[in-house]
Design a protein around this ligand. Structure first.
Ligand code: DC
Length: 230
């Protein structure tokens, strides 16, 4: 059976990674969470005193080339998890502190250049599901299946709020909603590779769609492409 590449882009907290993981697992493909790579760079900046009131861009760029980023399967969970300079940072990158600064880090052209190159290397072979903001437009423009996921900001904030509470973070719903809206704005208005729907992407608004229905719908898109390729 021929393999395809699947690019999943869209707004933050629309469940891109949940869908991407489901598809990768059922198709036996590799899952790559490109957002985790931007988050890991933001975590590095936080842990190295490069984020105070503002981001120390020059300081971050000095360290950028030496940063080692990659994914390794965690034998305990069977999931592919992000490693920064040899350390598994999958948990640390999900904190609200990282979320607060990651869009600024992701807007730096030098950061994008390094990460896009790594992502293209990881996606060079077919059989990959990659999620992010610019996968269908910049990283894998030749992907056979492209999705653009969105949902109402209030729905996304409610999902994210629950996730953060479950992880024991102390945040308010209003704080999370503000963060969701702020990230939408920064992601869609930055100069380099802003978030936008690829012309050939399928738009999926999951404000009122369950996970099962969403997965089945998208899997049928993938099957149609795979059957046509046989
Ligand atoms: O998907 P996420 O929320 O984990 O992404 C974290 C941040 O990284 C988000 O603010 C947008 C940015 N990002 C990006 O600019 N390009 C990508 N391909 C993936 C994420």
């Amino acid at each position: 059976m021929k393999k395809i590449s699947i690019a999943i882009d869209g707004h933050s907290s629309t469940g891109k990674s949940t869908l991407a993981r489901q598809l990768a697992k059922s198709l036996g493909y590799v899952y790559i969470d490109s957002g985790a790579m931007y988050r890991a760079v933001a975590l590095f900046a936080l842990e190295n005193g490069l984020i105070g009131e503002t981001l120390d861009e020059a300081g971050l760029l000095e360290h950028l080339q030496a940063l080692e980023l990659g994914f390794e399967v965690n034998p305990k969970t069977g999931r592919s998890e992000i490693h920064l300079n040899g350390e598994n940072v999958e948990q640390q990158i999900r904190s609200i502190a990282v979320s607060r600064f990651v869009s600024e880090v992701a807007a730096l052209p030098e950061v994008r250049e390094k990460l896009v190159k790594l992502q293209q290397e990881m996606g060079a072979e077919k059989g990959v599901v990659m999620d992010g903001r610019d996968i269908g437009t910049v990283v894998l423009p030749e992907a056979e299946l492209k999705l653009f996921m969105t949902a109402a900001p209030e729905k996304r904030a409610a999902r994210r709020y629950k996730e953060l509470l479950d992880r024991g973070e102390s945040v308010t719903y209003q704080e999370v909603l503000r963060n969701v809206r702020h990230r939408d704005y920064l992601d869609s208005n930055r100069e380099v590779s802003p978030l936008k729907q690829a012309a050939d992407a399928i738009r999926l608004d999951n404000s009122d769609m369950g996970l099962k229905e969403q997965y089945e719908r998208v899997r049928s898109f993938a099957d149609r492409i795979l059957n046509a390729k046989k």
